[in-house]
Design a protein around this ligand. Structure first.
Ligand SMILES: *[C@@H]1O[C@H](CO)[C@@H](O)[C@H](O)[C@H]1NC(C)=O
Ligand SMILES: *[C@@H]1O[C@H](CO)[C@@H](O)[C@H](O)[C@H]1NC(C)=O
Length: 429
């Protein structure tokens, strides 16, 4: 009898333990969704993190900003739409007792409303994306009240890369930054330093070749990744065989439908464990690494082109010809390329399909998130004519890995960037 009672107790406690593995009340869900990470989940705050140097005053800001949260493109939206039916499979599997998700997680999924906006407005900046950009502009103004108090026509330059969502993003940024409307340059369709790869035949050829996809594809066939699909299949207990396409679409539903501003995760995220999400994240890191990072030597050239503009901008400021603020809105691809040109987040060994290093430096969940940004601030010090320094910020935190505490002396800054002034796209053919 005693044995029986303790057996019952053991069974009960097992059940209690298992029912606490729920997504809806798991205090701290994994929030790194690669290039679809909401900005609010990972950003710093320039108002708090501003590096104040005695005797120095900011005289110019240069920023490269990725557009904010936008809706998925046509192809991704198609797969996501197709995957919506999996919700019904999960609910009926749960009712049969085959699905190991928690009751509340299944209920949240069942009552989830298909967001027509998300799946039908391909590539459009969402309300969330709009507010991310407004917020960034507003915080910047608050962090640099003197510099940005009054902007005359020649004090600023704003330009989006081609694409409606970039144009909307720059408008939102300027709305947050300044009280009255400012002139925004139109996108340059043929060539722009903030998207120099777009019309480059050599890059187009590379993207169309299988080369940048070889390692990422290999990872999708690795035992680690196949185990992820298998785990999800068993967790959901549905007889519909899940493919990589299906699982990716479910992941997209999770991350596109999560809101950083409302600090809300989508009920679709309950389908995955942290380990699953880390594998998806790595698959995306590999894509970024080989398509727009260290994995292909061409990429850093493009980053150098944008950085030459930064150098020129601050050199102009030193001679009194510069802008108070220059800001560009562009793509994740460009962000990757710029970090690559700066030799940041470079791992000692190239990223491989065989080994997912949890301590790797290359992280799309930091570099290429929605609204990710690199800002450089030129400071003039002690009123001296040649005493300048440049502070770098990434996502509103000092960029420690570039120079000590994120602060580069003028010489360090110039030494880093001046080799880029001669970079051009002649190699594009
Ligand atoms: C699952 O993926 C396959 C392709 O791998 C596709 O044909 C099918 O429509 C997808 N099913 C769902 C429910 O998304
Ligand atoms: C559901 O569970 C039952 C009993 O364990 C099993 O026989 C059946 O094959 C399962 N169905 C699915 C789709 O996994």
């Amino acid at each position: 009898m005693k044995i029986l009672l303790s057996m019952i107790a053991a069974v009960c406690s097992v059940q209690i333990v298992s029912s606490t593995f729920c997504f809806w009340n798991s205090g701290c869900p994994y929030k790194y969704f690669s290039n679809k990470t909401p900005y609010e989940f990972v950003r710093g705050d320039i108002r708090d993190s501003l590096v104040k140097l005695t005797g120095c005053e900011p005289v110019s800001i240069w920023g490269l900003i990725r557009h904010g949260h936008r809706f998925p493109g046509i192809e991704y939206a198609k797969h996501m739409k197709a995957a919506l039916v999996i919700k019904d499979y999960i609910v009926s599997s749960y009712e049969r007792g085959n699905c190991s998700l928690c009751a509340q997680d299944v209920e949240n999924l069942r009552t989830w409303q298909d967001d027509k906006q998300m799946l039908d407005n391909h590539h459009q900046l969402s309300e969330e994306g709009n507010l991310e950009s407004v917020g960034l502009g507003r915080r910047l103004r608050q962090a640099f009240p003197k510099l940005l108090a009054k902007l005359d026509k020649n004090d600023y330059q704003f330009r989006p890369a081609p694409g409606e969502w970039m144009a909307d993003g720059v408008k939102a940024f300027v709305d947050g930054l300044y009280d009255s409307p400012l002139t925004i340059e139109p996108a340059k369709i043929d060539f722009d330093i903030i998207s120099p790869y777009e019309k480059c035949q050599k890059y187009i050829d590379l993207k169309q070749s299988s080369q940048p996809y070889a390692v990422p594809m290999k990872y999708l066939k690795s035992s680690e990744y196949l185990a992820v699909i298998d785990r999800i299949q068993r967790r959901l207990g549905i007889d519909y065989p899940l493919t990589h396409t299906n699982v990716s679409a479910l992941y997209d539903l999770c991350r596109y439908d999560s809101s950083g501003l409302r600090n809300q995760f989508s009920p679709w995220c309950a389908l995955f464990t942290t380990e699953d999400l880390q594998a998806f994240e790595y698959a995306a890191d590999l894509r970024h690494y080989y398509r727009s990072g260290y994995g292909s030597p061409i990429n850093e050239r493009f980053g150098e082109i944008a950085l030459a503009d930064l150098l020129k901008s601050f050199q102009d400021s030193k001679t009194g010809e510069g802008k108070k603020i220059t800001a560009y809105i562009t793509h994740a691809t460009m962000m990757d390329m710029v970090y690559t040109a700066l030799k940041l987040f470079k791992d000692d060994e190239p990223l491989t399909a065989e080994f997912r290093n949890p301590d790797r430096k290359w992280r799309s969940s930091k570099q290429a998130i929605f609204s990710s940004n690199l800002m450089a601030v030129l400071n003039k010090c002690n009123g001296g004519t040649d005493d300048y320094n440049v502070v770098f910020y990434m996502n509103e935190e000092p960029l420690q890995s570039i120079c000590k505490e994120g602060v580069c002396t003028w010489k360090e800054f110039e030494d880093k960037l001046s080799p880029f002034t001669d970079t051009n796209t002649d190699f594009c053919g």
